[in-house]
Design a protein around this ligand. Structure first.
Ligand code: FAD
Length: 396
């Protein structure tokens, strides 16, 4: 199969990337290892989307709009999202979270992708990649996916890595950081749903019930296997305790431990925490992000650093371009950044804004037959603005 743009991984970032690329006229496909879109938003059991606004900013407080906002508004119209008042005075950081129903979210993602003509490949993970050297840079010729019919090859002019953990880029030989670079990663979380009696039958308690899970090395499938086994053991012990207390136990859980951090693929530039919290705007700042530095730790409180009041952090396009590659873009939690910055920019609205920028850039470069490293950033910003996204103003 030959495409203009192939998006690998259909989480928050991959979803907006694929919709954006298709809307820009690119023949687009999305490859996803599960049967459900949404990544951590759906199968990860974390249905909160932060943060579209900066409550401390003067003027328009909505710092992320575009496809992400369109998506949650669609869900709200259908009765499956709660969008809080983004202009309400600040009381607590969680008050601006958009809460979505994960089943409806996945269905609306399917609908939006299909209506834009995106080819969807579910349960067909990227397992390998063929790379060639062109003019001293790496060029991805195709990716290999695993399917019921065996291995298949998918070709594209441009590839977008939105696998969260940066699988595609790593398979292609990109350099990366991971966790603290010393084997420690933020704990993951398994969401579960205790059973309570309602209307004479069991119903699930959808309260925020979760356990933290340690040793989530995102670069090692064996370690992740052990972490998921440990999570189930923990849940089972809780169930036995509940049973012993005469309660009904736990009836369901998310199918996997949700991963907070994975690889950070080294880019042409890399975002650092000082610039991030100070809201520095670069020539290639392509979207905003709003959340604080928030590194969860195994046996101590999270490491927190707040954003300088009134400013809004930005995401650099050149940090989304893996160094030494001709036709690869990253978006979402695998972009190039130090660990502190990554713990902030990983929130879902930011991932959606990055995804839209990546998809638009990929389409522009595929249609113009040029590398994403060579496209005109001003033209990219204009396309993003024209399609409803917010682009940081340099003199702000
Ligand atoms: C426990 C927890 C709580 C959180 N709480 C919040 C919160 O309250 N608010 C908030 O905004 N954010 C929160 N976050 C952060 C946020 O949810 C994630 O950082 C964000 O969803 C990441 O989006 P993404 O698209 O980059 O990656 P993901 O959502 O991880 O999506 C990656 C997708 O790629 C697919 N994939 C992976 N490998 C392959 C492969 N080889 N081939 C094909 N597909 C592949 C995956 O199946 C997945 O669908 C939380 C995260 C966690 C883990």
């Amino acid at each position: 199969m030959q495409y203009d743009v192939v998006v690998c991984g259909l989480g928050s970032a991959g979803f907006t990337a694929a919709v954006a690329a298709a809307r820009q006229g690119a023949k687009t496909a999305v490859l996803e290892k599960e049967f459900t879109p949404g990544g951590i938003l759906t199968i990860g059991g974390n249905c909160a989307i932060d943060q579209f606004n900066n409550p401390f900013k003067s003027g328009d407080k909505m710092v992320i709009k575009g496809i992400g906002l369109e998506f949650v508004k669609k869900l709200e119209e259908l009765g499956f999202a709660e969008i809080p008042d983004m202009y309400a005075p600040y009381v607590h950081h969680a008050q601006y979270s958009v809460k979505v129903n994960p089943v409806a979210a996945a269905k609306v993602m399917d609908d939006m992708l299909l209506s834009e003509g995106v080819d969807i490949y579910y349960s067909q993970p990227v397992v390998d990649v063929n790379v060639e050297q062109v003019d001293g840079e790496k060029h991805i010729k195709n990716v290999i996916i695993s399917t019921k019919q065996g291995l298949k090859t998918i070709q594209s002019k441009v590839f977008i890595d939105t696998t969260g953990d940066g699988d595609l880029s790593a398979f292609a030989g990109a350099n990366f950081d991971a966790g603290d670079n010393n084997g420690t990663f933020q704990p993951g979380t398994i969401r579960y749903y205790p059973a309570v009696i309602g209307n004479g039958d069991y119903v699930l308690d959808f309260g925020d019930n979760h356990n933290h899970v340690n040793k989530m090395d995102a670069t090692d499938s064996d370690a992740l296997t052990m972490a998921n086994i440990a999570a189930r053991k923990m849940l089972f012990e809780q169930m036995l305790n509940l049973k012993n207390q005469g309660q009904n136990g736990i009836m369901a859980s998310a199918p996997m431990v949700a991963q907070r951090e994975g690889r950070r693929i080294k880019g042409i530039t890399s975002m650092n925490v000082d610039d991030f919290v100070a809201g520095k705007v670069f020539e290639d700042s392509i979207c905003y992000s709003f959340w604080f530095v928030d590194i969860h730790r195994e046996n101590e409180p999270a490491l927190i650093k707040y954003i300088t009041s009134g400013v809004t952090p930005t995401i650099r396009y050149t940090s989304m371009l893996p160094k030494g590659f001709k036709n690869l873009i990253t978006a979402g939690r695998c972009v190039s950044s130090d660990r502190e910055t990554n713990s902030a920019l990983r929130v879902k609205a930011s991932c959606m804004a990055m995804g839209q920028a990546a998809g638009t850039a990929a389409a522009l470069s595929a249609i113009e037959n040029t590398s994403p490293t060579k496209i005109d950033i001003k033209a990219l910003k204009q396309r993003l603005k024209d399609s409803g996204a917010v682009v940081p103003a340099q003199m702000e």
